[in-house]
Design a protein around this ligand. Structure first.
Ligand SMILES: Cc1ncc(COP(=O)(O)O)c(C=O)c1O
Length: 380
């Protein structure tokens, strides 16, 4: 029996129009699938390069599982790392040109490890107001003082920084599709930490991310395998000494089972594509699709958010009801793109967040624009 207090809380979530009931999504290629009994084109996955269903990546996952087992058996601090963990960390360090990489089971845990371990009591963390929930939770875990500043406001960061402060922001903002001002942050003083969850694999030379694009070397950057790499897991790229400190004090690394071998094997295969000429072609296709979608949306009189070449394309619609209505009309028309509501975004800024894959075609984008135009034209 569900307790009364749970039912009351669920009721409040329903009353505020914030209840979520994610559907089953069947898909073979990540861009076409079946949702709630309909054949649809998918526009909300973070599988930007289409690597999630790439046979080279899935075969590497299978091979690593066969060789090393389904799981890693324990925390890496208890049972040691597997050769595939070490191979992946070396390959990532080589790609990014850094002295130390620590692979962890998820991007969420990477931010908690980083913020829980590096800033201490008496330090200050300066955090952009639109930072992801995992950064907010990492700040909560830390004993440092947290100062939140307006989104993208470098002057506010500069004013908030004290000797020894940590500054944290994102390479590409997950719900807004705009790059963080990493160069401005780097010049503000303090130790810079950048979450590149949505920008590694997508921007910069060989897909190394926004810091590489801007020539900025933060103290640490976080990347995830759950988005452009099409798999699961994450990494923290830093120097050898900071990696050592994270291994010894990063609680979400110490007190959790190591990344499964299959995920590490998949990430190695995905990295090979990301850093290759093929990866460059995929990034070019993705950027062209992003420009095309934004242009189409402007043709409807809408103002899509984000940077022109970014594969995250938000259309802010206002309240929950309007965003939900647009999303369900799109589904009826054969397009799956979720309405994003609080607490993921601020009240009054509910949106449809379209995400693109290099596997989409120009015709998919045009059809989406056409369907959205009709969905927004309908009364009610
Ligand atoms: C900016 C940002 N950081 C971290 C994460 C967490 O990454 P992961 O899905 O690997 O836990 C996400 C996405 O979920 C994200 O958008």
């Amino acid at each position: 029996m569900t307790p009364d207090f749970v039912l009351r809380r669920l009721e409040r979530i329903h009353e505020r129009g914030l209840h979520r009931d994610p559907p089953i999504v069947e898909t073979a290629d990540g861009v076409r699938g079946r949702v709630r009994g309909r054949d649809v084109r998918l526009f909300c996955s973070n599988d930007y390069l289409g690597l999630r269903t790439d046979p080279r990546v899935t075969a590497a996952a299978g091979a690593a599982a066969e060789r090393y087992g389904a799981g890693s058996g324990s925390s890496r601090l208890i049972a040691g790392s597997l050769p595939v963990h070490a191979e992946l960390e070396e390959a990532l360090a080589d790609w990014l040109g850094v002295g130390g990489v620590l692979v962890v089971p998820s991007g969420y845990q990477a931010n908690l490890a980083l913020l829980g371990a590096l800033p201490e009591r008496g330090d200050r963390i300066v955090s952009d107001r639109l930072n992801h929930a995992s950064i907010i939770d990492g700040c909560r875990l830390s004993r440092a003082e947290v100062k939140r500043v307006a989104h993208g406001d470098v002057d506010a960061v500069r004013a908030a920084v004290q000797p020894g402060s940590f500054v944290i922001g994102e390479g590409l903002y997950s719900m807004d599709g705009d790059r963080g001002p990493v160069r401005g942050w780097a010049s503000a003083g303090g130790w810079l930490l950048v979450d590149e969850a949505h920008s590694v694999g997508i921007f910069g030379p060989a897909g190394r991310g926004v810091c590489a694009e801007e020539g900025v070397e933060p103290l640490a950057r976080v990347g995830t395998f759950g988005k452009a790499f099409g798999g699961h897991g994450a990494f923290i790229a830093t120097d050898a000494g900071t990696r050592d400190l994270l291994v010894n004090t990063g609680r979400t690394h110490i007190f959790t089972t190591g990344l499964p071998p299959a995920a590490a094997g998949a990430a190695l295969a995905a990295l090979a594509v990301v850093r290759s000429d093929e990866g460059e072609d995929l990034r070019g296709r993705l950027a062209a699709l992003a420009r095309r979608l934004r242009q189409g949306l402007r043709g409807l009189g809408l103002e899509p958010g984000g940077d022109e070449d970014a594969p995250i394309v938000p259309v802010v619609l206002g309240d929950e009801a309007r965003a939900m209505a647009a999303s369900s009309r799109l589904l009826e028309a054969g397009f799956y793109a979720t309405a994003i509501r609080p607490p993921t975004v601020a009240a009054g800024t509910c949106r449809i967040r379209f995400t693109l894959s290099a596997r989409h075609g120009a015709a998919d984008v045009d059809a989406l624009v056409d369907a959205l135009g009709k969905a927004l034209d309908e009364p009610g």
